[in-house]
Design a protein around this ligand. Structure first.
Ligand code: B4P
Length: 180
C-alpha cells in the first residue's frame, strides 16, 4: 500500500502520517524530516536546503527527487509519503520511479483545513519556519505549486478528501475509515 498525504502547511500531514504508519507498521517517509535532519547535520544538501526552507520556499525538485527515489527503490513494506510530492514535476517523477519498481499510489489523502486553524497551529508550534512572515510565504507557495496536485490526482481518481479541522483523534478516525 502506498498512500500520499496532501494538504497545506500545518494541516497535520506529519502528525497523521506518523499515526497511520505506526498503526499499520508502514514506513513513514517525510521529506520535511529528511531535510531537517540534513540541516541539523550540516551536510552539503542540508546547507543548500536550509536557504529555501528558512524563507518558506520549496527546496528544488532535483534535490528532493534524488533524495526520495533512492529510498523508494529499497522499500518493500507499505509507505506513507508525507510532504512529497509537492509539485507537478515531483508527482510525475514519483509516478516514473514507482512504475520502474512495478508499484503505484493507492490513495492520496487530502487534509482539508481552514486557514485560521493553520495559522494558530503553526504559531503555537514555533519551529524556525513558523514565523508569521514565513507562514504567509509557505501558504502562497502551497497555493501556487502544491494545490494543483489536487486536480492532478483527482483526474486519476485517487483523491480522498478528509476534514482536518477536528482534534488529532477525530481526524485519525476519519482517515482510518478511508484507508482500511
Ligand atoms: P513539512 O515538514 O512537510 O511541514 P508542513 O507542511 O509545514 O507541516 P505538516 O502538515 O506536516 O504539519 P504538522 O503535522 O507538523 O515541510 C517543511 C518545509 O520543508 C517546507 O516548507 C519546504 O521548504 C520543505 N519541503 C518539505 N518537503 C518538500 C518537498 N517535497 N519539496 C520541496 N520542499 C519540501 O502539524 C503542524 C502543527 O499542528 C503541529 O504543532 C501539530 O502538533 C499541530 N496539529 C496537527 N494536527 C492537529 C489537530 N488536529 N489539532 C490541533 N493541532 C494539530
Amino acid at each position: 500500500m502506498i498512500v500520499v498525504f496532501l494538504g497545506p502547511p500545518g494541516a497535520g500531514k506529519g502528525t497523521q502520517a506518523k499515526k497511520l504508519s505506526d498503526y499499520f507498521e508502514w514506513r513513514h517517509l517525510s521529506t520535511g524530516d529528511l531535510l531537517r535532519n540534513e540541516v541539523k547535520n550540516k551536510t552539503e544538501l542540508g546547507l543548500l536546503a536550509n536557504e529555501f526552507m528558512r524563507k518558506g520556499d520549496l527546496v528544488p525538485d532535483s534535490i528532493i527527487i534524488n533524495m526520495i527515489s533512492n529510498i523508494l527503490e529499497n522499500q518493500n513494506s507499505g509507505i506513507v509519503l508525507d510532504g512529497f510530492p509537492r509539485t507537478i514535476d515531483q508527482a510525475k517523477s514519483l509516478r516514473l520511479s514507482l512504475e520502474e519498481i512495478s508499484k503505484k499510489i493507492d490513495k492520496v489523502l487530502f487534509l482539508d483545513v481552514e486557514e485560521s486553524n493553520i495559522t494558530s497551529r503553526l504559531s503555537q508550534r514555533g519551529r524556525k519556519d513558523d514565523d508569521p512572515e514565513v507562514i504567509l510565504n509557505r501558504l502562497r507557495t502551497y497555493g501556487e505549486l502544491t494545490q494543483p496536485l489536487i486536480s492532478f490526482y483527482q483526474k486519476e481518481g485517487l483523491i480522498e478528501k478528509i476534514d482536518g479541522n477536528g482534534t488529532e483523534e477525530n481526524v485519525f478516525n476519519n482517515l482510518l475509515k478511508v484507508v482500511a
